[in-house]
Design a protein around this ligand. Structure first.
Ligand SMILES: NC(=O)c1ccc[n+]([C@@H]2O[C@H](COP(=O)([O-])OP(=O)(O)OC[C@H]3O[C@@H](n4cnc5c(N)ncnc54)[C@H](OP(=O)(O)O)[C@@H]3O)[C@@H](O)[C@H]2O)c1
Length: 247
């Protein structure tokens, strides 16, 4: 597997990242069974054995269960933690968090970024996250407040490096101007079915600022296959993957 640097940093990873979005088998923690969890652990282990050394996760993937499943594999496989980079994302709060009436929303307040990161550390069972990304833009965010949270987490040894996800170029520039730590990654949707990042300046900015673009859903989530299957299926049978598009 080809090895690439993340940004201009000393962090090195396989050029393919293993995305842990689907490792719990569902978005809903109540639907996770020993069998779906075992399948997820097998998938992670298979990726590791195939040479993947970058594992991408997020606190919202199955409400933390995806991080717990990855954490379990890390404990079970001797030496794996030292050989891989752990990436995760924060900033999306589920409906009902923290109060039953709270809506789903984006929250880049400094206190929330710190507490979300600490919760991810607990679920992964590690002391340091290698790459923490902001999941989707919170348009009410203050870049200086985000930068303060990043510096706090970095200085406490809880996060080695930072990145963003789904950020347009002007937002990357605003955050980087406020942040003394380099943004190493912008994780964006790139596939044959989603080519906007090639034309809207996102990839040009990655070249300009030495930000590593990380493609999410690079195979478009199998959308072509699903369409073909839907045509081939008898009426009334639909895709039962249970995954939405907010990954
Ligand atoms: N930052 C974000 O906002 C965001 C959003 C979404 C995802 N992500 C990240 O990106 C990672 C990858 O996303 P993804 O899982 O959607 O990636 P993907 O590789 O585009 O899609 C994987 C899915 O597509 C199916 N598939 C793809 N190509 C296929 C083919 N040629 N034939 C049959 N099936 C095919 C796979 O089926 P099988 O399961 O049968 O193999 C699987 O269900 C996630 O795990 C997550 O880490 C980030």
């Amino acid at each position: 597997m080809k090895i690439v640097p993340l940004g201009n940093s000393s962090l090195r990873s396989s050029c393919l990242a293993y995305g842990c979005w689907r490792v719990a088998g569902s978005w809903n923690p109540a639907e996770v069974t020993p069998a779906t969890e075992a399948a997820g652990r097998t998938a992670i282990l298979t990726a590791y054995e195939a040479g993947y050394t970058l594992f991408d996760n997020a606190d919202i993937y199955c409400r933390g269960r995806a991080e717990e499943i990855l954490g379990r594999v890390l404990r079970e496989v001797s030496g794996m933690r030292e050989r891989v980079l752990l990436a995760t994302k924060c900033g999306i709060r589920s409906a009902g968090d923290p109060h039953p009436q709270s809506p789903q929303r984006w929250d880049f307040s400094g206190d929330y970024i710190v507490s979300a990161c600490e919760a991810s550390l607990r679920r992964l069972g590690v002391e340091t996250i290698d790459l923490l990304m902001l999941h989707r833009p919170d348009y009410l965010a203050d870049p200086h407040e985000i930068a303060g949270a990043f510096v706090q987490l970095h200085d406490a040894g809880k996060v080695r490096a930072f990145g963003v996800s789904n950020f347009r170029p002007s937002l990357v520039r605003a955050l980087q101007a406020a942040c003394p730590l380099p943004l190493l990654v912008n994780q964006v949707e790139i596939s044959l079915a989603q080519r906007a990042a090639l034309e809207d300046g996102t990839l040009d900015q990655c070249l300009e600022l030495a930000i590593t673009p990380m493609a999410w859903s690079p195979l478009a989530g199998g959308v072509g296959r699903r369409r073909s299957a839907a045509v081939a299926q008898p009426a009334g049978v639909s895709d039962a993957s249970g995954f939405g598009s907010a990954g």
